[in-house]
Design a protein around this ligand. Structure first.
Ligand code: ZN
Length: 345
């Protein structure tokens, strides 16, 4: 599938070479770090609530969130009045996956925070609604994760420990404020998930230092770290990630907006990629940043010093990380390499 339309809604690139845009559009891509609570359909939300502005003020490219807590407050401000029913949840997932499909994304992993899910109903019903919404979009395979905060047990109660019984659940992802400790129940839950064949991930190395990345790798035994940007601060952690083939699901615009990095040119994705760490590229919370995956790819070249051949490798990494069969993965990676090579020629 080739999409010839130019990249819409550029916010962080002043402009983009049309040949680079065509290259990015032609590459089959994966989106592996995408929160449904941060990817709600703004246009649908405005139709229901006309008092909402045409564009959220936080989409201004110069806007920076003053803190992670301020970011969480904004997420709640959008999410709580919108995600109120299973139908709303299904249609939001459908809209999110359609937006991915329009950018030639073939594989999506999305998480919903357990607290947000419990506001809508039984978590199993919410996951079933998400599955239903995702299944309405042909050509994209979607895997569903429950986001569990580091303080979820004290905040949400013992329902947290039952999440692995949810039939539509593909995996769990550690969310929340990073300086909070990894309590023993989290280690137990992650170990149980692995024994049951569920995928496990953890957010780390965003606000926490490189040591927090080491902590989730060594304590939770994850091979998928969401962000991991601050791994770059410790060469031994970089070595650990490379040696254990840990995948970093990175989101540069998110890191810019939340002031994890002072500028995109200082983002560590290029250095980590060159050091042999497996990096994927993702948007995290496009509703809160006004970002698109297309623009994230463009910025790798225009701001972060990578070349088109690196974009091919990073797109292929997304399918390498995917929860797909070996034959499905090699089919998609083969397509990425074929399309990439023909566009480079
Ligand atoms: Zn995230």
């Amino acid at each position: 599938m080739t999409i010839s339309a130019p990249i819409p809604d550029l916010r962080y690139c002043a402009s983009i070479d049309p040949r680079l845009a065509a290259f990015i559009d032609a590459l089959p891509k994966a989106e592996l770090h995408l929160h449904i609570d941060g990817a709600l359909p703004w246009d649908q939300m405005r139709r229901i609530d006309p008092s909402l502005p045409e564009r959220p003020h936080v989409w201004d490219p110069d806007y920076r969130f003053p803190s992670f807590e301020a970011f969480l407050r904004l997420c709640d401000q959008y999410c709580v009045p919108w995600l109120t029913s299973l139908d709303r949840c299904a249609s939001s997932v459908e809209a999110m996956v359609r937006t991915c499909a329009a950018q030639n994304v073939r594989y999506v992993e999305t998480s919903i925070d357990l607290g947000a899910a419990m506001r809508m109903g039984a978590p199993a019903d919410v996951m079933a609604a998400m599955r239903d919404g995702a299944s309405r979009v042909p050509g994209v395979t979607t895997r569903l994760f429950m986001g569990i905060s580091r303080d979820a047990l004290s905040r949400l109660g013992p329902a947290v420990l039952g999440v692995l019984d949810i039939p539509d659940l593909d995996g769990i992802d550690l969310h929340g404020v990073e300086p909070m400790p990894i309590e023993p129940w989290i280690e137990d839950l992650w170990a149980r998930a692995r024994r049951q064949g569920k995928a496990t991930k953890a957010h780390a190395g965003e606000f926490g230092p490189a040591a927090s990345v080491r902590e989730v790798v060594e304590k939770l035994h994850v091979t998928r770290v969401e962000h991991g940007a601050r791994s770059i601060e410790d060469p031994e952690v970089v070595e650990l990630l490379r040696d254990r083939k840990v995948i970093l699901d990175m989101c540069p615009i998110s890191n810019l907006k939340l002031q994890v990095v002072p500028s995109l040119s200082r983002h560590p994705i290029a250095a980590l990629h060159r050091a042999g760490v497996i990096c994927t590229l993702n948007t995290d919370d496009p509703l809160d940043f006004g970002s698109t995956l297309r623009e994230e790819y463009a910025l790798l070249v225009t701001e972060m010093g990578l070349e088109r051949k690196d974009l091919i490798a990073i797109a292929a990494n997304g399918f390498h990380a995917a929860l797909l069969s070996d034959s499905e993965k090699s089919h998609l990676i083969g397509e990425v390499e074929r399309v990439g090579a023909s566009m480079l020629a």
